[in-house]
Design a protein around this ligand. Structure first.
Ligand code: 4AD
Ligand code: MG
Length: 431
């Protein structure tokens, strides 16, 4: 007899198989018991009929506690009522380990309690679905960039310089020197783009930001493509094609998961490049005309502003050409204006906020040196980076997509804390 996983059941219809699983829930009467099983690959109902299995196995089925582990021998049958489409008719049960008093019961629990039990909470149906969607986004990311001639490059995590400003750095000792945990691999990816043309990275990034919002993590994962000989407008095209590919891949490959999360897929089905673009100037005017009198030209948007702008579209929207004063030192100034830069933030629909930040990069040596100085950065730490504009500088652009915000949007979950296995939040390093 074959030991299989739940997701392989469709290939074994009518056969008797063995499955290793955990009991997530059960209900029973005097004659029949329904066991809700999960094995990581999926969820399935197993039916135990007293008349078929006999007194002893039936009593065993009724006694299994939540999250006990077991092997089950059963026939795979078609079940038209369930979304999965299959069910198990139990013949034999072997309990591997009995779980006593599993803390997360089927009743409602508060978020802090669930977060304290994140190591167990991950087993639940909703969390399982979100993790599968996260995995599909990662898979589709590699697929998209490899299909388009990008090379995967891994920038360092321990760094001596900071691309996104110095206020949000985690500092650590590197033997005698000071070091920082990477807040973005971008500067290294620019070096890699000069060696390999089009590159992308995927890795953890750290922001010592005292923000406690549904969009902020202290440790999050970012995808950072960087492209030689690509200017601002073309970079936006890559971004909208990438996001479209990711959304369409999840729609195609995560149907059960989206359904389990009650995600309104009609909203995702509309996501197709090209995405609308508005300038920062237009966004300020729109906000001032729509009840946000407080925000003035030159100020950065808060989440209520981003949400108000996003609500006018059923597509992600690019806000382009931000004021030079509120963006990092490496962004290329507009050719006809010295007050704005060639950049864009991509704002997701439905209030999920900024999922991408990107720009064309400065590639003029003198200008780069001047901008590093203006931003009060230590030139010595950027000497290697300045070499990129000294030896064969070319126009280039890149961007960073925040994985967790993208997972939150596509899954339709409210808070980024549920989109990463073990979230690092302000005041949370456990578990
Ligand atoms: O806009 P950010 O800070 O851009 C950069 O770091 C650039 N160096 C990227 C590049 O051009 N290579 O961050 C990029 C994205 C944001 O749009 C957001 O999706 C996500 O990273 N992000 C966060 N996600 C969760 N928690 C936080 N604290 C985040 N900060 C940024
Ligand atoms: Mg940003």
């Amino acid at each position: 007899m074959k030991t299989i996983m739940i997701h392989e059941m469709p290939d074994h219809s009518g056969e008797t198989v063995r499955i290793g699983a955990w009991l997530s829930n059960k209900r029973s009467s005097g004659k029949i018991a329904f066991l809700q099983l999960r094995d990581g690959s999926g969820f399935v109902q197993a039916v135990v009929v007293k008349e078929v299995v006999g007194e002893e196995i039936f009593a065993k089925a009724k006694s299994i506690t939540q999250e006990s582990s077991l092997y089950i021998t059963a026939e795979v049958t078609v079940d038209e009522r369930s979304t999965f489409g299959y069910e198990l008719q139990v013949k034999e049960i072997e309990i591997i380990h009995e779980a006593v008093d599993y803390p997360i019961t089927p009743k409602e629990h508060g978020t802090e309690f669930l977060m304290d039990h994140r190591h167990l909470w991950l087993r639940s149906r909703k969390q399982h679905a979100v993790m599968k969607i996260r995995d599909e986004i990662i898979r589709a990311t590699y697929e998209f960039f490899h299909m388009n001639g990008f090379v995967k490059v891994d920038p360092p995590i321990l760094t001596g310089s900071s691309p996104e400003g110095t206020s949000e750095l985690f500092q650590t000792k590197y033997f005698e020197e000071d070091a920082y945990l990477s807040q973005s691999g971008q500067l290294y990816m620019e070096a890699a783009a000069m060696a390999l043309g089009k590159v992308f990275s995927f890795g953890p990034t750290f922001r010592a930001e005292k923000s406690k919002t549904r969009r902020h993590l202290i440790e999050f994962w970012m995808i950072e493509p960087e492209m030689s000989f690509v200017e601002h407008a073309e970079s936006l095209e890559v971004q909208e094609q990438y996001v479209t590919h990711v959304v369409q891949s999840v729609l195609q490959n995560c149907k059960l998961e989206l359904e389990r999360l009650d995600r309104d897929v009609s909203k995702l089905e509309k996501i197709q490049a090209p995405f609308p673009r508005i300038t920062y100037d237009e966004a300020i005017k729109f906000l001032n005309d729509n009840g946000f009198d407080d925000i003035k030209w030159g100020e950065d948007f808060g989440s209520p502003h981003e949400t108000a702008i996003a609500e006018s579209y059923d597509m992600p929207v690019f806000i382009t050409h931000y004021p030079i004063g509120i963006k990092p030192f490496y962004m290329q100034p507009h050719p006809d204006r010295d007050d704005v830069v060639l950049c864009a933030d991509l704002i997701a629909p439905e209030g999920y906020g900024e999922i991408i930040g990107g720009s064309e990069r400065v590639h003029d040596y003198e200008l780069m040196k001047q901008r590093i100085k203006e931003h009060g950065l230590d030139e010595a730490a950027y000497e290697w980076y300045l070499d990129l504009s000294k030896y064969g500088a070319v126009p280039h652009s890149g961007f960073g997509l925040g994985l967790e915000r993208t997972v939150a949007w596509i899954s339709g979950v409210e808070h980024v804390r549920e989109t990463i296995p073990f979230p690092r939040l302000l005041n949370r390093l456990y578990p």
